[in-house]
Design a protein around this ligand. Structure first.
Ligand SMILES: [Zn+2]
Length: 242
């Protein structure tokens, strides 16, 4: 019982969610926690916010959460679904994770911090996740950032290759130098890896790029030549810093 209350606090679960059961597996070095909700509640449609009764539950996913000491920790719950007359049958928003995420929001936040200072291989080892899981977290973070930024193109971008190992040897990162954020991740370090970034913007927007910091790597330089219009010499010209 004490364990259950403790985990309710550790997870930051709030009404109507409570911890139902905790299972400690010493040999497997993992803790599994099952969360449940009170009966007879009304839930908000994730699209329009209208409140309605429970329709059914989605299949029970598992989310990786922050470790409990050295034990990997997993949260289980059956996400409620509503049947909205305007939006159909949809899963309600859960307080600990976005829909389709395999990690809780707190774990993702930690993972993004670690990924910011390590290569993907190093971060995977520290976080004890697979390469694919690390990649999945990075992609989700980038797409969340892009949604917020509404595809505004930075004036100064940095193009970096990052060694990742395990089948994918390199990824291409495009940074917004002014804001110090990662705006794009491309597979590999080919011309197409960077083309994918520029393809997100119409030519008019690409004209706004003033400087690009990039390593001397022919595929990247070719991509830049193809996508970033040269600026007239008299005005502050677009600069490629290598
Ligand atoms: Zn609705």
């Amino acid at each position: 019982m004490e364990d259950i209350e403790l985990y309710g606090y550790l997870l930051g679960l709030e009404s109507p969610w409570t911890v139902e059961r905790v299972k400690l597996d010493i040999i497997g070095q993992r803790v599994d926690i099952w969360a449940t909700h009170a009966e007879g509640l009304r839930w908000a449609c994730p699209e329009c916010g209208a409140m309605m009764p429970l329709y059914d539950h989605a299949p029970e996913p598992t989310w990786r959460h922050l470790d409990s000491c050295q034990f990997k920790t997993f949260l289980h719950a059956r996400p409620p679904r509503v049947n909205c007359k305007d939006h159909g049958v949809l899963q309600v928003r859960l307080p600990w994770a976005d829909e389709k995420a395999r990690f809780t929001a707190l774990f993702e936040r930690l993972a993004i911090d670690v990924l910011g200072i390590c290569d993907v291989k190093g971060a995977s080892a520290i976080l004890r996740i697979s390469w694919d899981e690390a990649w999945h977290i990075m992609e989700r973070a980038v797409s969340r950032g892009l949604k917020r930024k509404k595809k505004r193109i930075p004036k100064t971008i940095g193009v970096d290759e990052k060694s990742v190992g395990q089948g994918h040897d390199y990824i291409t990162l495009v940074n917004n130098v002014d804001r110090a954020t990662v705006d794009y991740i491309g597979d590999d370090r080919k011309q197409e890896s960077l083309d994918g970034y520029f393809a997100r913007f119409p030519e008019k927007k690409r004209e706004k790029i003033k400087a690009i910091a990039v390593d001397i790597w022919d595929p990247y330089l070719a991509s830049i030549r193809n996508h970033v219009p040269p600026r007239p010499r008299r005005r502050s010209s677009s600069t490629v810093i290598t």
